[in-house]
Design a protein around this ligand. Structure first.
Ligand code: GUN
Length: 286
């Protein structure tokens, strides 16, 4: 029988700890941490992600303000908003929900966020900090995945880790974090030849490519740990599903995560933790 690593349960535990810490910090600093969210357009997925972030922030005592713009907003308006939030002493974190509409240069917008307020960890300064092992803000999903492995005391050091997916948001930073924990890491992608031969070697297999049920049981080693970062719609049932064919893969694994209730809640939890860290750093002039 496999063990299911529940992101919902772990996030709930960590949010309780965070909530207590914020109550104490509030007494010291006389204000709550504040997160500003920028949302452009009405993409159903983005609207739902932002709603989830708003609900979770309120649960732990983080003030959250969402600035919701129409699809046709100019880049200039968005740039001015970021500049204003950078200067606002009561704002600790700034998050721009991605993707942005095509007419807006996403990179330019992210680059404008003050690195100390970049709670997503997407700014080049924070990306470079991870690669150079300098202190910085870590991206939320990879941080959440590592926390899930640690919560079950799954050894990373010396293990073969295979990351399927090479996005800037998940695959690349997660591969670096696993490497920093002394795993032997392979990154696979859409052009990888003999993918199955590689994934079958994995002690820890991370699926973050964004293709529904792509990882099938013949691609997984007996006793592996499988972490599913995907969020997709099953074309037949229209239900939410991950990148892993859970029903079959879970028959072989030691540990596995589910979608929903796996990595998703941990991403949000780490966003809240990053906002709290940015708030503490703000008062400690870091
Ligand atoms: N869109 C999809 N995932 C993310 C995320 O982690 N952060 C932001 N800002 N946008 C996203």
């Amino acid at each position: 029988m496999t063990n299911i690593i529940s992101g919902t349960k772990l996030a709930s535990k960590r949010k309780e700890v965070l909530k207590e810490a914020i109550i104490k910090a509030n007494q010291k600093y006389h204000r709550s941490p504040k997160l500003a969210v920028i949302l452009v357009g009405n993409d159903v997925g983005s609207l739902s992600y932002v709603k989830g972030k708003e609900k979770a922030a309120l649960e732990v005592g983080i003030t959250i303000e969402t600035f919701h713009y129409e699809d046709n907003i100019t880049e200039e308006i968005l740039e001015n908003k970021i500049k204003e939030l950078n200067l606002d002493d009561n704002v600790d974190g700034i998050l721009v929900q991605l993707p942005l509409p095509k007419h807006i240069a996403q990179d330019r917008i992210i680059d404008l966020i003050l690195p100390s307020k970049d709670v997503d960890g997407f700014h080049p300064y924070n990306v470079a900090s991870l690669y150079l092992k300098h202190e910085g803000i870590l991206p939320c999903t990879p941080k959440g995945v590592i926390a899930m492995l640690d919560s079950e005391n799954i050894t990373i050091e010396g293990k073969r880790a295979v990351v399927v997916g090479r996005s800037n948001i998940v695959g690349m930073p997660l591969a670096k974090m696993l490497l920093d924990r002394n795993a032997t890491v392979t990154i696979c992608h859409s052009r990888t030849k003999n993918l199955k031969d590689i994934t079958k070697e994995a002690d820890i297999l991370i699926a973050c490519l964004g293709k529904a049920k792509f990882i099938t049981s013949d691609m997984v080693k007996d006793g592996a740990t499988v972490i599913d970062v995907g969020v997709n719609r099953d074309k037949i049932t229209n239900k939410l599903c991950g990148d892993v064919d859970f029903d079959n893969v879970s028959l072989k694994t030691s540990y596995i995560t589910k979608v929903p209730g796996g990595v998703g809640p941990m991403t949000i939890c780490c966003l809240l933790e990053n906002t709290y860290i940015a708030y503490l750093n703000h008062f400690n002039n870091k």
